[in-house]
Design a protein around this ligand. Structure first.
Ligand code: ADP
Length: 472
């Protein structure tokens, strides 16, 4: 498949292309036109031209477009899922699950856009009135990663379009096709030209073009902390509003009051979904010393059931990782942990070797000086450590610059709340390994990011507050 850029509802071809690889086979599955600064500007031109007419539509009209888009994505969920597995690697069932999750942001914001309420405030003088309105911020740029090629896009475009913004979008060059397929369906849904524009190319070049363009009023980014910090610096010159969803390093705490079966289920979901490549994946596991053996035995039994392989094969529950450096990072964390005294309790060589495969690995006796206990592994390695007291586990869990997601398993309500409230994390899964849904606020504290996506919080990110003071 060879794809053009998607600008103003039309194809834009360029002289250069980017090859896209299937991580399950290392085969090139297609190419995508490579944009430069010129196309980056062209995309903003299109979004800027479309802005007024899109803003002037009623919320109900914009809602109709989003719902039509939602309907078409549902119609094509299987083909979209297959396409995603081919470029991203995740098992087909998970890919279709992501398409549904992605789509839930369109239907949810199609409704929420109708509830962008203003306020009136009592004035300080009898002849004055205070009106507060909310207005779309303008053209927005969405820069998205490869781990959720559909959901990270709709999580931004759903609220942005519902609020009356138009968008320029840059998906990851590793997984671009899903974004273009979604754009095709937006076109089929009748979304006017210029409202959504998708380009691919050199990330730094496109990023700089958009960050320097004062017509882009807001940037919503999901990706690494390093790039998020760079964008924050670049946003200063034109004072853009920013939403940043950056790296996590989630602690998973299993107390002596946990329901062990539930905790094992939760950890399997949280740790191994998408092969461990989500920013809310459990990265380090803290188990109360009194249940160390019972928990770890049950966990290893469950891990043994996971099957690593091509995501299009029926039996696979873990697909390949995205590329060789992802596999190398897991191997590096594993080697480091073993050198520092961790015990490998489960791990096997992958059966398939054509792609970037990494089978699940479990290590015991992890210590706080190991790499895997300090930075995101972004792969299927589960390091288990023990703790003795609630204060100790809170301190160790919070001892990191990251603050995205944390998990607590406890059936003791007082203990569960004490830990949940003390955790310096934007999201706490309390007896819940998979907390992300369209109506809830997703986002991090500390260096994990700024702003929230999802729920009524998510649409505020695309709105400006305007105060009209009237003298009567
Ligand atoms: P990951 O490790 O998840 O790939 P990145 O932060 O590298 O995280 O990538 C997330 C998104 O940011 C991708 O779309 C990528 O192309 C883009 N990106 C990478 N570097 C830059 C940059 N300098 N400016 C703007 N976007 C960038």
């Amino acid at each position: 498949m060879n794809r053009a850029l998607f600008i103003n509802n039309g194809d834009v071809w360029t002289n250069q292309t980017i090859e896209v690889e299937n991580p399950a086979t290392k085969e090139i599955i297609g190419t995508i036109a490579k944009a430069g600064q010129g196309e980056a500007k062209q995309a903003v031109d299109a979004a800027a031209s479309a802005l007024k007419a899109w803003q002037r539509k009623t919320a109900a009209e914009r809602s109709e477009y989003l719902l039509k888009w939602h309907e078409l994505i549902r119609r094509d969920e299987k083909t979209l899922g297959e396409g995603m597995t081919m470029e991203q690697g995740k098992p087909l069932e998970e890919a279709i699950g992501e398409i549904r999750y992605a789509n839930s942001f369109l239907s949810w914001y199609a409704e929420e856009g109708k509830r962008i309420y203003g306020e009136t405030v009592p004035a300080s003088a009898p002849n004055k009135r205070i009106f507060v309105q909310k207005q779309a911020i303008g053209v927005i740029a969405a820069i998205t990663p490869w781990n959720f090629p559909a959901a990270m896009l709709t999580r931004k475009l759903g609220p942005a379009l519902a609020a009356g913004c138009t968008a320029v979008v840059k998906p990851s060059e590793l997984t671009p096709f899903t974004a273009y397929r979604l754009a095709d369906l937006a076109l089929e849904a009748g979304i006017p030209k210029g409202v959504i524009n998708v380009i691919s190319g050199d990330a730094k070049e496109i990023g700089e073009a958009w960050m320097n363009d004062d017509r882009v009023r807001k940037v919503s980014f999901t990706g690494s902390t390093a790039v998020g910090k760079l964008l924050m610096r670049q946003a200063a010159d034109t004072v853009k509003k920013l939403s940043l969803e950056l790296g996590g390093h989630a602690p998973f705490i299993v107390t002596q009051h946990a329901d062990i079966e539930n905790a094992v289920d939760g950890l399997i979901g949280s740790k191994y979904r998408n092969g461990g490549q989500t920013c809310v994946c459990a990265n380090r596991v803290y188990v109360h010393e009194s249940i160390k053996d019972s928990f770890s035995e049950a966990f290893v039994q469950a891990v043994k059931q996971l099957k690593t392989g091509n995501g299009l094969a029926d039996h696979s529950t873990i697909g390949p990782l995205i590329n060789q450096s992802a596999v190398d990072k897991v191997q590096n964390h594993l080697r480091d942990a073993q050198e520092k005294g961790a015990t490998l309790v489960y791990g096997q060589e992958p059966e398939e070797t054509n792609g970037y495969y990494q089978t699940p690995v479990v290590v015991m006796d992890a210590t706080d000086d190991m790499l895997c206990m300090n930075e995101e592994t972004f792969g299927p390695l589960a390091p288990i450590t023990t703790y003795q007291s609630v204060d100790e586990v809170i301190q160790r869990a919070n001892d990191t610059p990251f603050g995205l997601a944390a998990y607590v398993y406890s059936t003791n309500i007082s203990e569960a709340f004490t830990i949940s409230e003390a955790l310096e994390y934007g999201i706490v899964g309390l007896n819940d390994g998979l907390p992300s849904v369209a109506q809830a606020p997703f986002g991090g504290m500390k260096e994990s990011g700024l702003g929230r996506e999802g729920g009524h919080w998510g649409i505020e990110e695309y709105l400006e507050v305007k105060y009209i003071s009237m003298q009567v």
